[in-house]
Design a protein around this ligand. Sequence first.
Ligand SMILES: *[C@@H]1O[C@H](CO)[C@@H](O)[C@H](O)[C@H]1NC(C)=O
Length: 625
Amino acid sequence: IPHFAAGMGIYIFSLILASLLTLPFALRAICPYLWMDILYFWDLLRILVKFVSRRRRRPLFFVLDRFFEQTAAFPHKPFVVFGHESYSFAEADKRSNKVANALLARPEFKAGDTAALFMGNHPAFLFTWLGLAKCGSPVALLNHNIRSKSLLHCLGCCRPKVLIALKEAVEDILPSLREQGVTVLLMTQQCDTPGIESFADKVDEASDAPLPRSLRSHITTESPAVYIYTSGTTGLPKAAMVNQNRLLTALTVLCSNGVSSSDVIYLNLPLYHTAGFFIGFIGSIETGSTIILKRKFSASQFWDDCRKYNVTVIQYIGEVMRYLCSTPKRENDKDHKVRLAIGNGVRADIWREFLSRFGNIQVREFYASTEGNVGFLNYVGKIGAIGRVNFLHWKLFPYTLVKYDTERDEPVRDSNGLCVEAPKGETGLLVSKITHIAPFVGYAQNEEQTEKKRLRDVLKKGDLYFNSGDLMRIDKDNFIYFQDRVGDTFRWKGENVATTEVSDILTISDCLDEANVYGVKVPGHEGRIGMAAVTVKDGSHFDRSKTYSHVVNYLPSYARPRFIRIQKAVEVTGTFKQKKVKLVEEGFDPGCVQDPLYFLDDNEKQYIPLTPQVYFSIISGEIKL
Ligand SMILES: *[C@@H]1O[C@H](CO)[C@@H](O)[C@H](O)[C@H]1NC(C)=O
């Protein structure tokens, strides 16, 4: 009997052992993503612990302190490479000391004052930002493509003392800048424009001595660090205030993707946007990786650059992937060291093509917005998805999709006045609960716009959510897919365009009375391209070349309406809201639309009639947009 018992014991033991060993396989078959979900949550926890311990440090720990740590650890490691120029961490440190000292030598600027950067991608951008961080100064990152009214508006949001620019596109607003008491400094050796001073020469002469910590003693975790401009649902760009605390969280994005100091990052997205600045620049400070900085994206140089600099990590927006896939095939397409692509907005078909053509690159599609309080990461590499519902992530950052009425442009409400959650598989508006760990700071000097992004009485009376303005869908396997933007914005070439801003510009032209702006889809392109349904002023006619010059002068290329539809009257809904849904559906096909249609032709430098022939050239891709 003892033998039997022992034998039984061993039998039961091996049974348990076997089931323990096979359990992971069984689970894997039942829930194929469980292991990845656990790993992801583990990563999330690790990052959270690190973040919390940094928050506890005294004196307070900021992104700049991480830069100092990296400089101490690898002083001679290349930090930024730009064409033939290369700067180590120590050199970047010295160069930014010079910028800070040159600024502090000026009577109109003192530590803690806000500054605005009006620069394209250039090492000077990074050094100036670091220099300003050393002065404890918040920095407004201006989109250097914007002009006139929009630019002035952006400056008004954050009231900088100085504006530091690379080129002189600020001339046309110089009088207004002076009125607002903004000093304009140009990163050149000399400058002949009255009212603008050269600054690069002063930086060269300035001392490279480190800046005392006391200059930054006023900073708290809530202090503004940078202002990033976003085109919201309405009106002119809004300055999203990014405080020190949030900037600290930005450090984590790259390291949560396994990027380390041995990585080389190819940064060709604009530094004034969240993706380039947070993930590329701030992310490299965290990981200690090398940045290969490019002025802008070039499909023809992309892979040669990757080979030349041994790039291991690339950043993308959807258009980047599309352009890369549409370059002529080459034999060495798979010959590179790129292992990871981080970005957002790539469509499933392009994603597949990218992988089959350029080899086994891990594509990490993510979703985040500058001011939003929830983000997703597609950590399993499911093609087409922007992320995955993860219960523990959801516990930390509660969000949901609610039914949205695109006609009325607002969430559907039930008889109790609450929103209605969209069931799985259905499209809904992403809203995320505003909490202590998922705060929504809002926009600088713009309480009205801030309030517009807050959504109350969502699931319970009195609750408060952030309205992302993005329509999403969650499938039965819990993958999240981006569907569209709602309301008065559309996305083209990776930029959000606020339609009201474009209509404002159109209606100050000589011949147009009213303008209703929207985005339309063009086959073979991501996002939507700008279109305007306009009415012509009484007694006037549509001046094709004047309107062209007006649009080109006042709007960056991505925001220009490429199609114009002339209407007798702008249709409005019962609430006098301009009726867009129908216009969007009708698009720009001259075969369907009876109204006269025009196309912005950059070669002819005017709007030309949109004939069926022009239409087919656009649809077939013969005319590049
Ligand atoms: C890239 O890597 C190769 C081989 O590992 C090396 O010989 C080359 O010097 C590296 N190039 C750069 C720019 O680091």
